[in-house]
Design a protein around this ligand. Structure first.
Ligand code: FE2
Length: 420
């Protein structure tokens, strides 16, 4: 290696570690891999970047987004009530005319927007309910087209329920055969409670049969009687699927009475399942039928984290019928979690950063490829920030994005010029 230049050398960055504070190091990259991390590395590189006083971090992980609906806000109409259910109705209208090219173009545009802001791992849901698998086919093609610079997982997600339409059960099985990474569901939106329970059992069957991960939209409603999380927990315990299972949203958990929540928490700890909260969207969607006091509509993020559960955070939607705002910036997501989940203690703020990095990698089951460590794929970001707290507080600019050993994107931090 000594007589051959590295591809990229980062000089004197402040490397962020999962548990410890930062340490000042050089990072050498060659042939797509991290080949050295040390206080000082001798040698030259094709590209040498002075990143002194900047934060070197593993990339952001977007563990929950819907790329098939991204960038459609206002089409065919605006969500006036702001509810989940009006959003589903609008999407049902929109998807009648979905084309492969249209989904691919919007998905790739969104992924580029995310990658430019430091996201290099994404789990996207693809709606597989209704009349066709167009959205899924499009996202599977996108997964292939972006694989050199972005790791994309695709979830077969039956937006209208596995039993909410005549063809939906066969469509989700067809989606498994087409090669989705993850099987999803929406038990609280099945037509009856019994259908909801049945759908969770069917999801676990499919996951076992096709050897896939599970990620269920679970109890995304303010109804304190929506209790499908306990069904997910029971299946995960009995089938010993633990860390391969994710419960997304679980907003009803924020409405459960404490006696039930306390019992449930004990069961959940036995499961080792992952949780994904989506605070940007759920603070706007939930509580819409409340007057005052008005609920926050977010799951018990702080308590799950305090109990040692793996919690990650997702953006969920970017400019679609459910959430018309957003740019895909994971620091926006972490910042909203700090506020909505009242995680303002320093260790809690830092945990929110970890929820859009390391915890997301655990949710996606990609930990073996993730982290700024020798031998791992060279995926990392350089932030114009001192530490996690500073990054979240200022929504710091991601100055360099390095993906699979190549500089993928570069952004200059804004500079203010006083004229007074
Ligand atoms: Fe979602």
């Amino acid at each position: 290696m000594s007589d051959q230049p590295y591809d990229i050398l980062l000089r004197q960055g402040r490397l962020l570690c999962a548990v410890d504070r930062v340490e000042q190091v050089d990072v050498a990259i060659h042939n797509g891999k991290i080949v050295a991390v040390a206080p000082s590395i001798e040698g030259t590189a094709v590209l040498e970047l002075d990143v002194a006083n900047q934060l070197v971090s593993p990339p952001f992980v977007e563990s929950h987004i819907h790329l098939d609906s991204a960038m459609t806000a206002g089409n065919p109409r605006w969500n006036q009530s702001g509810t989940l259910f009006e959003g589903i109705e609008i999407w049902r209208e929109y998807k009648q005319s979905l084309s492969l090219d249209n989904v691919k173009q919007r998905a790739i545009a969104t992924l580029k927007q995310q990658a430019a802001q430091g996201v290099l791992f994404v789990r996207s849901h693809a709606d597989v309910s209704g009349s066709s698998l167009t959205a899924l086919q499009a996202l599977l093609e996108v997964r292939e087209e972006v694989k050199d610079w972005m790791t994309l997982q695709v979830v077969a997600f039956p937006q209208d329920g596995i039993y909410g339409g005549a063809k939906n059960e066969s469509l989700i099985e067809e989606a498994m055969k087409m090669g989705t990474d993850v099987v999803g569901g929406i038990p609280h939106y099945e037509l009856t409670r019994e259908d909801g329970v049945r759908s969770v059992h069917r999801i676990f069957e499919l996951a076992e049969q096709y050897d896939r991960l599970i990620d269920i939209h679970c109890d995304e409603i303010d109804d304190d009687q929506s209790r499908f999380l306990e069904v997910v927990a029971a299946c995960a315990i009995r089938q010993e699927m633990g860390s391969r299972v994710t419960a997304s949203h679980t907003t009803a958990f924020g409405s459960y009475n404490n006696a039930y929540a306390f019992k449930l928490m004990g069961f959940l700890q036995r499961t080792q399942i992952n949780f994904i909260a989506n605070p940007l969207i759920n603070i706007t969607l939930q509580g819409r039928t409340d007057t005052y006091p008005k609920r926050r509509g977010v799951t018990r993020v702080k308590e799950l984290w305090q109990q040692g559960m793996n919690v990650s955070l997702g953006h969920d939607c970017v400019q679609d019928p459910w959430y018309s705002l957003g740019t895909g910036n994971m620091l926006d997501v972490a910042s909203m979690a700090v506020h909505v989940c009242q995680m303002t203690g320093m260790s809690e703020v830092e945990a929110c950063y970890n929820m859009v990095t390391w915890h997301g990698a655990k949710t996606l089951n990609v930990e073996d490829q993730y982290g700024v460590e020798v031998g791992k794929p060279a995926n990392l970001i350089v932030l114009d920030a001192d530490d996690r707290y500073d990054a979240i507080r200022r929504r710091a600019t991601v100055q360099y994005v390095i993906s699979n050993g190549k500089l993928l994107a570069q952004t200059q931090p804004p500079q203010i010029q006083w004229k007074g």
